[in-house]
Structures are given as structure tokens and as C-alpha cells.
Ligand binder design. Structure first.
Ligand SMILES: NC(=O)c1ccc[n+]([C@@H]2O[C@H](COP(=O)([O-])OP(=O)(O)OC[C@H]3O[C@@H](n4cnc5c(N)ncnc54)[C@H](O)[C@@H]3O)[C@@H](O)[C@H]2O)c1
Ligand SMILES: O=P(O)(O)OC[C@H](O)CO
Length: 328
């Protein structure tokens, strides 16, 4: 499954490091548009597809050297299924940049893409990447992860620039789960700040949340060290500390006494953490895992408790050692 692109060109980070390629970006929302900007900055020929534009998906991907999907979770399964029936160039990498879980199957986006396009390497792109900062040209880092390291290196070379430093990883599942699960925690962090609980509380919340993410993420097959990297801790710090994060704003709004519908309609954009929380609790029930912070977020989103009651519930849990054997 070798791609024709060279994974090891000279390590030159100006925008001519790689010969221009044709890149098809699926999704013209905040993230698709920011990624299109990064690809154009590197001189690539970029075509963006969205369900509302006039070109067909087939036309846009037909001669692409790379397909990069940045649609929100509800779009992944229908689009991957459509692409399954479409002719792509042989062996080109498909990059998935969605951070969510499928409601029907509980699958991650990369699993859906792998099931539909098994002849292509599936590369996960995830990291601390608030799109508004990237649109402003501020420096950012990310991870591209694939079991086929050749494919990860190709994507690294295509997208790296002076403003976007791309690392490779051999752990696509861990990379993807870090970016997905932190959205649940970002809602909790927004609640914490919205209630003005202070820096001690926020530090405690994020540290315990990392343990919770590692517990679930490794149980589902991710590698522990991945969750300490950019796509895990790195993305959690970005998302849990920035009002640019939509998930953080959901929690902040709930803490101000707004209801979920009101918060989401004011947001007018995707907050994957809401759906991810519901799917995560389904997974936790199935796997018989305790996920205390995510459980409180679930109760809050489903209108079972108030933000204050969620805090009390977490503070009054049974006392125990910080680290239980076998978790980290
Ligand atoms: N915005 C960011 O800062 C950012 C950064 C990294 C990752 N992400 C992730 O990228 C994904 C997209 O986020 P966004 O910020 O671009 O959201 P957005 O709401 O701005 O855009 C969502 C895009 O998905 C498309 N879409 C949704 N459902 C679809 C369907 N059924 N069929 C076809 N297309 C569909 C929409 O048309 C739109 O183009 C999310 O999973 C998000 O977590 C976002
Ligand atoms: O706006 P959010 O909360 O979807 O966060 C965006 C990115 O995931 C940050 O890396």
C-alpha cells in the first residue's frame, strides 16, 4: 500500500518543501476552512467540498492526492459510505480530522473510514487546534497518526509549515480518543470557570480528568503515552482553557443557568462533546467502567442535576488513593 508521494523529502519547512499536490477537503465549516488555509499556504491545489456546494463529491475527490475529512460526526458515516462506492487514486491517504463518536455504532471516525475504505491508509489528525487561532496565522502543533508510518510521514510533509508543526504517531486510536474525550472534559471545565470555582478546583478537575481519559482510552486500545502528548493533554489544555472552544462555552453557559438548547442555539456551531458524552456513557455502561467526571457531565447535559450538584457529587465521592493499581 505504498503511496507515490515521497515521505522523506529534505527537511525544509518553507512552503515549497513538497511539490504541490491536489488536496480534497470535505467539510467547509470552521475546521475544514482552517485546514484548507494551511494547505493553500503550502502551495497545494485545494478543493473544498461541502453538502451545500455545487460540485459533486465524486468530481472533487477523483484526482485528489490526499482526501482530508473535517466534517462533524453526523457527516462521517454517510460521506465515507459514499466514498466507498467512488474511485479514488490508488493508495492515497485519507485523513480524518473529526473529533467525535458515532451515535449508532459508538465507533470512532477512523474506524468508520477504515471499514469503508480499507484499501487506503487512514491517518488521524488531532491536536490543540482552535481553528480561530489557526485562521489568524498563529503557530500551532498537531499529530498525524497512522499504523502505516509512511502515510503519516507523507501527511506530515504536506501540511507542515512555519506556522503548523506536525508530529507523527503510530497510535491512531489513542490520538483520536484524546481529541474526542477531552471535549467532554471541556464542558466540565467551562462549568468550573462559569461557577468561578477557582484555580485549585480547575487544576484538580483537569488532572483527575486526564486519569479518567487514560483509563477509558487505554481500555479501548489507545497507548497510555499518547494521552500525555499533544493530542491528549495538549488538546485538553487548549480546549479547557479557551473561550474559543465551543465545548467549553457549552459548560460555561450551563453554569450561568442557561439551558442546553439555549446554549447550543447561541453557539450556532458544532460542539461535539454533547453527543460524545452520551456515547461515552453508553460505552462505559457496556464496558462496566466508572467515569465520574463524564458521568456528571452526562447528568448535567440531560438535565438531571444542576451544575452545583455536579460539583458536590464529585467532591463527596468515596475517598480513595490517587492512583489505583493498573490505571497508569
Ligand atoms: N473548529 C475547530 O477548532 C476544530 C479543531 C479541530 C477539530 N475539530 C473537529 O472538526 C469537526 C468539524 O468541526 P467544525 O468546527 O468545522 O464544525 P462546523 O459546525 O463549523 O462545520 C461542520 C461541517 O460538517 C458538515 N456536516 C455536518 N453534518 C454533515 C452531513 N450529514 N453531511 C455532510 N456534511 C456534514 C457541515 O456541513 C460543515 O461543513 C468536529 O468533529 C470538530 O470536533 C474542530
Ligand atoms: O471548539 P471546540 O470545543 O470544538 O474545540 C476545537 C478543537 O478541538 C480544539 O483543539
Amino acid at each position: 500500500m505504498q503511496s507515490n508521494l515521497n515521505p522523506n523529502p529534505q527537511n525544509n519547512l518553507d512552503s515549497t518543501a513538497n511539490s504541490p499536490q491536489k488536496i480534497a477537503i470535505l467539510g467547509s465549516g470552521a475546521w475544514g476552512s482552517a485546514l484548507a488555509g494551511l494547505a493553500r499556504y503550502n502551495g497545494h491545489q485545494v478543493q473544498v467540498w461541502s453538502r451545500s456546494n455545487h460540485s459533486s463529491l465524486e468530481e472533487i475527490i477523483a484526482d485528489a492526492d490526499l482526501v482530508l475529512s473535517a466534517v462533524s460526526m453526523p457527516g462521517v458515516c454517510p460521506i465515507a459510505t459514499q466514498i466507498k462506492e467512488t474511485k479514488l487514486k490508488d493508495n492515497i491517504p485519507i485523513v480524518t480530522a473529526t473529533k467525535g463518536l458515532d451515535t449508532e455504532t459508538t465507533y470512532t471516525p477512523s474506524k468508520i473510514w477504515s471499514n469503508c475504505c480499507s484499501d487506503h491508509p487512514i491517518v488521524v489528525l488531532s491536536g490543540p487546534n482552535l481553528s480561530k487561532e489557526i485562521e489568524q496565522g498563529l503557530p500551532a502543533t498537531t499529530v498525524v497518526a497512522c499504523q502505516d508510518m509512511n502515510a503519516a510521514k507523507i501527511v506530515q510533509q504536506l501540511l507542515s509549515s512555519k506556522r503548523f508543526r506536525v508530529y507523527t504517531s503510530p497510535d491512531p486510536l489513542g490520538t483520536e480518543l484524546g481529541g474526542t474525550l477531552k471535549n467532554v472534559i471541556a464542558i466540565a471545565a467551562g462549568v468550573c470557570d462559569g461557577l468561578h470555582l477557582g484555580t485549585n478546583a480547575k487544576s484538580g478537575l483537569l488532572t483527575r480528568a486526564l486519569t479518567e481519559i487514560i483509563k477509558i482510552g487505554t481500555h479501548l486500545g489507545g497507548q497510555a503515552e499518547t494521552f500525555f502528548g499533544l493530542s491528549g493533554l495538549g488538546d485538553m489544555l487548549a480546549t479547557c482553557n479557551s473561550p474559543l472552544s465551543r465545548n467549553y462555552r457549552v459548560g460555561y453557559g450551563l453554569a450561568q443557568g442557561k439551558n442546553l438548547q439555549q446554549v447550543l442555539s447561541e453557539l450556532g456551531s458544532t460542539a461535539e462533546g454533547v453527543n460524545t458524552t452520551n456515547v461515552l456513557i453508553e460505552i462505559a455502561r457496556r464496558e462496566q467502567m466508572t467515569v465520574p467526571i463524564s458521568w456528571q457531565v452526562y447528568q448535567l447535559l440531560n438535565n438531571k442535576i444542576t451544575p452545583q450538584e455536579a460539583v458536590e457529587a464529585l467532591m463527596e465521592r468515596d475517598l480513595k488513593p490517587e492512583f489505583l493499581e493498573g490505571i497508569i
